[in-house]
Design a protein around this ligand. Structure first.
Ligand code: GLN
Length: 203
């Protein structure tokens, strides 16, 4: 496809410090994108957008500091890099995180309050269908694994999906998108396509 060549040629990165980054790389490749596993600050200069995978947010946080990625990534997001976080990735993008471990920090970017492990040990994991108007009429099958919930959304962010009981599980704000659940393991690629379209539009 024609377009702004330079940006179109830049790959989409997946933060590959911990968690299910391989699944995200596979979805991006399935959709015809060039995707790279991001582990260094230098790689941030050569991507059009970044996915932060599910995993364990406190570990992603620690490793990001160990790899010298914490400040560059925080600045890149604040500077407009399109970013999509799933589950632990959503936690990393929240401006405020509840039930974090001592000293745990996020990159920020979403004007929301997120609570980690919000569904408790009784309901560690569950699956359900949710409506996401941005993605059309067909509901999204959502898989929640020790998932966070968005407890409140500030003026700058917007909820794009809720559970039947009203709890918010998908949000966006400018260049930043986040879901409590894991579209990368369902075979439904609409969230990734939505993100890619935002990345290319931001070019
Ligand atoms: N409970 C994890 C955390 O706090 C997130 C789980 C997930 O990404 N599936 O980071």
């Amino acid at each position: 496809m024609a377009g702004s060549q330079l940006v179109d040629q830049l790959p989409i990165g997946v933060l590959a410090l911990q968690g299910d980054f391989r699944e995200h790389l596979a979805v991006l490749e399935l959709l015809g994108e060039t995707a790279i596993a991001v582990k260094t600050p230098q790689q941030l200069e050569h991507i059009a957008g970044l996915i932060i995978p599910g995993g364990e947010s406190s570990v992603i946080d620690k490793l990001s500091r160990l790899y010298g990625l914490y400040d560059p990534l925080r600045e890149a997001i604040a500077g407009g890099l399109p970013v999509y976080g799933t589950c632990a990735g959503l936690i990393m993008l929240a401006d405020t995180v509840l039930d974090s471990i001592d000293g745990q920090r996020s990159f920020g970017g979403l004007d929301v309050v997120v609570r980690r492990n919000a569904f408790g040990s009784q309901t560690d994991s569950f699956e359900t269908d949710i409506r996401v108007p941005e993605l059309g009429d067909v509901p999204v099958h959502a898989i929640f694994i020790r998932a966070p919930v968005v407890e409140s959304v500030g003026a700058k962010a917007r909820a794009i999906a809720t559970l039947d009981d009203g709890r918010i599980v998908a949000v966006e704000q400018g260049n930043v998108l986040g879901t409590s659940f894991h579209p990368e393991i369902t075979g439904d690629t609409r969230f990734h396509e939505y993100f890619i379209s935002r990345v290319r539009a931001s070019g």
